[in-house]
Design a protein around this ligand. Structure first.
Ligand SMILES: [Zn+2]
Length: 135
């Protein structure tokens, strides 16, 4: 069974490769390379996979999951400039792809091996799905 919790955070970012010229970054990322940054209202769906506990009827205590997501993702990311305030985005470009990987990395140690997927919407019509590194 899959169970998904959805949440949002708002953050700014600049998409630019360190050491690349402004022209090269503009070619790679377009407007997203604007050095002063721009914001998104990110929508995240974290999906767990497991069987409901025979006693509690739950795959995982959803209050605990909410607390983990708040602590590991919302509090550190919300209303931040990702490049300047949230590691590892001081050295890794905070594309929506890399944001999904980082959310996986932060959540995975806390959910007993049940993490199935992380979906991150950067805009209503653009999202990525991440299911962990391929073995
Ligand atoms: Zn952007």
């Amino acid at each position: 069974m899959l169970i998904t919790r959805k949440f949002e955070f708002s953050a700014s970012h600049v998409c630019a490769v360190d050491g690349a010229s402004p022209e090269e970054n503009r070619r790679l990322y377009g407007e997203a390379a604007n050095p002063r940054g721009h914001g998104h209202n990110y929508v995240v769906e974290v999906t767990l996979e497991g069987e409901p506990d025979p006693v509690t009827g739950m795959v995982m205590d959803l209050k605990e999951l909410k607390d983990i997501l708040n602590r590991e993702v919302v509090e550190p990311f919300d209303h931040r400039h990702l490049n300047y305030e949230v590691k590892p985005f001081d050295t890794i470009v905070p594309t929506v792809e890399n944001i999904a990987v980082e959310i996986w990395r932060r959540v995975e140690p806390h959910v007993d091996g049940k993490l199935h997927g992380v979906r991150v919407y950067e805009t209503p019509d653009l999202f990525v799905d991440y299911h962990g590194a391929r073995a």
